[in-house]
Design a protein around this ligand. Structure first.
Ligand code: TXA
Ligand code: MG
Length: 341
């Protein structure tokens, strides 16, 4: 299959949207940008389209997909008994990087989207290209991140091309995504509401709107059956092993020297000012603020795969606000491993 990547901005009329809509209506899949990461979309009522998504990604089909909508009035077509708290969250944060787990309306969506659960994750993304596509289509779009399963999520059109060329017909390329990590997933069918995956909408932001919410630690999530089934797979990992290290120039300098003495080639992922140290490859986390770390994280992890590094060292940050989402992804990419001198 030939894969076309077309640059679009979502503001200008573009025949690429007609083509995307036609492909989707024919049960094909199309990649498109959101404000978090690129999604690989298919119509969520069409079993064949949903099967095609899992196949293109090489993803196990027991992991449910998020359903994207472009307008509030679409919501009641797919979900039942929306709670007051769920409504408040949607009003406050949609369109935006928030996925709300609700009770699915029986029969309204392909069972392959929900992977047999009686709930569904719904999100209205805040990106001009995604919104234009969703509104023109006026159908629910199931879309996981548009990467090969297990690889870092794509934050640029070319990342999607790297992973899925030959496997999908069309990539709408709207440039770099912005936030850079996936949406917050919150389960509002639980009491208290529970964050299943941290993201751009933080615990603090929810609590200002709906009061106390639960954000289990990674350890707690591991102990029981995974609530967000995606949690049980290795995610976000480049080919070489990733080791976490404190955001400290002296510690990183010593680690580089020790690894080099061991004959290891090292890719360093860290804020700009670490660029002067003698890593074999350096991929930046920007100025090191949470915003810039999130925006650079997946591109930096992905860039490691174009090197022949033996090990990837990545500096950490605190877990306040967006730091929780960043550290969730970094810890997974490292399998929880830290550099130990
Ligand atoms: O930012 C995002 O959310 C991106 C863009 C494309 O919208 N999408 C994304 O989808 O990250 P995906 O499939 O890679 O991640 C979906 C997450 C998984 O952790 C999955 O287990 C969880 O949402 N999830 C989906 N439906 C669920 C449900 N009914 N109950 C619990 N967790 C659910
Ligand atoms: Mg994903």
């Amino acid at each position: 299959m030939e894969t076309k990547r077309v640059i679009v901005d979502g503001v200008t009329e573009d025949p690429a949207f007609d083509e995307a809509v036609a492909l989707l209506k024919a049960g094909e899949v199309v990649a498109f940008p959101t404000e978090t990461v690129y999604g690989l979309g298919g119509i969520a009522t069409n079993d064949a389209a949903v099967t095609a998504i899992y196949a293109a990604k090489g993803r196990p089909s027991d992991n449910p997909l998020i359903v994207h909508i472009g307008a509030f009035d679409q919501l009641e077509r797919y979900v039942d008994n929306i709670s007051e708290k769920a409504k408040k969250c949607m009003d406050a944060f949609w369109p935006g990087p928030l996925t709300v787990i609700c009770h699915v309306k029986p029969g309204a969506l392909s069972e392959k989207v929900t992977a047999g659960l009686d709930t569904v994750g719904i999100r209205m993304p805040n990106h001009p290209v995604a919104l234009r596509l969703l509104r023109q289509l006026d159908e629910p779009v199931a879309a996981p991140s548009a990467n090969t399963s297990g690889k870092p999520s794509p934050t640029e059109g070319v990342h999607v091309e790297e992973d899925l060329t030959g496997r999908i017909p069309l990539i709408l390329d709207g440039g770099a995504t912005g936030i850079g990590v996936e949406s917050t997933v919150i389960d509002l069918t639980l009491n208290p509401p529970t964050i299943l995956r941290p993201g751009g909408i933080t615990k603090e932001m929810f609590e200002a709107v709906i009061g106390p919410v639960n954000e289990p630690t990674h350890i707690e999530q591991k102990a029981g059956a995974p609530k967000a089934p995606g949690m049980k797979y290795t995610h976000y990992a480049p080919d070489a092993p990733v080791l976490l290290i404190d955001n400290d120039e002296v510690a990183v300098k010593e680690a580089l020297a020790a690894l080099h003495a061991d004959g290891k080639k090292v890719a360093l992922l860290a804020p700009d000012h670490f660029g002067k140290l003698e890593a074999d490859w350096f991929f930046t986390f920007g100025d090191g603020t949470h915003e810039q770390m999130a925006a650079h994280l997946y591109d930096a992890l992905r860039a490691c795969n174009a090197t022949n590094a033996d090990v990837v060292l990545a500096t950490v940050t605190d877990k306040n606000d967006m730091g929780s989402a960043i550290m969730n992804r970094l810890e997974k990419s490292a399998g929880g491993h830290w550099y130990e001198g």
